[in-house]
Design a protein around this ligand. Structure first.
Ligand code: NAD
Length: 483
């Protein structure tokens, strides 16, 4: 008789200290190499979503500030582009090194401002942000090799708008290739997470980048819309929702402006019966609960082969019960706070719609603080492909489970989406993985892993997930005029 008792793991609190973080009470706009007050004097607080407490006052840019930043960027551009590539590279290397030096502080601030677990900001966001600057520093003197040996020139002044889910990392994805290619850049961080972009502006100052090469202009959608419409921009790069991407595409039509759009997703994570199921379950958890599911390429549509569906769902539910939800600054936390009250409402509304349409909901039991924005990791079964929870991006810790019988059915169902950002394939058959990957309409496809990012690899979408690629040599192309 088996008399073993199960081990109940518990953890003592392990909060990361915030003593080393030196935030100012208020931040200006970073224009022309210095922090300035906004011309209309507007400041808004940025909040910690885990406590709902304000952290700092942030200047929001208006149209006059945007014009000043574009003028400074235009003035700086020719000299920046005229530097030999290896000289521009030195600045990028310096930025990368300074990010590494301030990594602990940046990780804590990312977690305070955005709600993501410290474990992720410390081990993923910040190291990858530094890695992007290192990677593109290496390309700065080899640009034509990166684009097939053709002659090239920078686009000029680029406008870059980023979302709140990976604030510093998205800033690095945008700035590093733009600067390596000889462009000057105006970065607009998201309204709920401006802090690490402003710390990056401090780093850029410390790295002694020439004034005007980078501007950081916080603000909301109105600031973003004004940047899109500002005279003097040669190229726009946007990461965010498909709805805003559409608005931007129509606003730039006919203006001869380069555009890349990294938009939403509803990515398929496909588990075949021959997969190593325990590993697949880890991959499913990483695919959807990483960063509270605020991930454009999250594996939010889980397709499981019917023969193993009950087993996978049971293992997944068991594993979900071990996720630790709570204080994002605690080093043991797996799932932190939802980024904002609005995002929490969106998640709640979509999950409620799923239940109304017949999905069966299971959310894990967890004690969360009284204040802050929280959503328990949730599993939806009995989902049909037409349900809203199988079609629309939830952008939260919610996985919708669907099943399939054959490989052909898996491919057809996975491609039955208006999005095409990423996919995961779990199988122990290499040939099957290649066959399925070739048939999937998705920009990034992982085999027996999920949510792995690397600066050398291109990232981007098909269909309503956008166009253009970021990362690797492919990420140079949108920032160059190629002749
Ligand atoms: P959002 O589109 O509302 O905002 C993104 C950014 O655009 C913010 O800085 C915001 O202030 C700005 N903005 C808002 N309205 C604007 C307008 N009319 N014109 C110009 N700028 C405007 O999206 P979000 O809610 O912040 O982010 C979540 C979305 O981003 C999700 O759909 C997610 O899939 C997507 N996303 C995609 C990727 C990718 O690489 N494909 C990466 C991260 C997030």
């Amino acid at each position: 008789m088996d008399v073993r008792t199960s081990i109940v793991w518990d953890y003592a609190p392990a909060p990361e200290s915030t003593d080393h973080v030196r935030l100012r009470d208020d931040y200006g706009l970073f224009i022309g190499g210095e922090f300035r007050a906004p011309q209309d004097g507007r400041h808004e607080p940025t909040f910690n979503p885990a406590t709902e407490e304000p952290i700092a006052q942030i200047a929001w840019a208006g149209e006059a500030d945007l014009r000043a930043a574009v003028a400074a960027a235009r003035e700086a551009q020719a000299a920046w582009a005229a530097l030999p590539g290896r000289e521009r590279a030195k600045y990028l290397f310096r930025i990368a090194r300074l990010i590494q030096e301030r990594a602990r502080e940046l990780a804590v601030v990312e977690t305070l401002d955005g709600g993501k677990p410290l474990r992720e900001s410390r081990d993923i966001d910040i190291p990858l942000a530094a890695a992007h600057f290192f990677h593109y520093a290496g390309w700065a003197d080899k640009l034509s090799y990166g684009i097939g040996g053709r002659a090239c020139a920078p686009m000029g002044v680029v406008g870059q708008i980023v979302p709140w889910n990976f604030p510093l990392l998205m800033a690095a994805w945008k700035l590093a290739p733009a600067l390596a290619c000889g462009n000057t850049a105006i970065l607009k961080p998201a309204e709920t997470t401006p802090l690490t972009a402003l710390l990056l502006a401090e780093i850029i100052q410390e790295a002694e980048l020439p004034a005007g090469v980078v501007a950081v202009l916080p603000g909301d959608g109105a600031t973003g819309a004004a940047l899109v419409r500002c005279e003097g921009i040669d190229k726009l790069a946007f990461t965010g929702s498909t709805a805003v991407g559409r608005d931007i595409q129509s606003a730039v039509a006919g203006r001869g402006i380069g555009l890349t759009l990294e938009l939403g997703g509803k990515s398929a994570n496909i588990v075949f019966e021959d997969a190593a199921l325990d590993q697949a379950v880890e991959g499913i958890v990483n695919g959807i609960f990483f960063n509270q599911g605020h991930v454009c390429c999250a594996g939010s549509r889980l397709f499981v082969q019917e023969s193993v569906a009950d087993e996978v769902v049971s293992k997944l539910w068991d594993r979900m019960g071990r996720l630790r939800v709570g204080d994002p600054l605690d080093k043991n936390t797996d799932v932190g706070a939802i980024n904002s009250a609005e995002q929490l409402q969106r998640i709640e509304a979509l999950v409620a719609a799923g239940e109304e349409e017949g999905a069966v909901r299971r959310s894990i039991a967890c004690d969360v603080p009284d204040r802050g924005y929280w959503f328990a990791p949730t599993l939806l079964t009995d989902v049909s492909p037409a349900h809203r929870v199988a079609v629309e991006e939830i952008f939260g810790p919610v996985v919708s489970v669907l099943t399939f019988r054959t490989q052909a059915e898996a491919i057809e169902k996975a491609n039955n989406s208006r999005y095409g950002l990423a996919a995961g394939i779990w199988t122990d058959k290499g040939a099957k993985a290649f066959e399925v990957a070739s048939a999937l309409q998705a920009g990034v496809i992982w085999q027996n892993t999920y949510n792995h990012f690397d600066p050398t690899a291109a990232f981007g979408g098909y269909k309503e997930s956008g166009f253009g690629r970021e990362g690797g040599p492919a990420g140079l192309r949108p920032y160059l005029r190629v002749s």
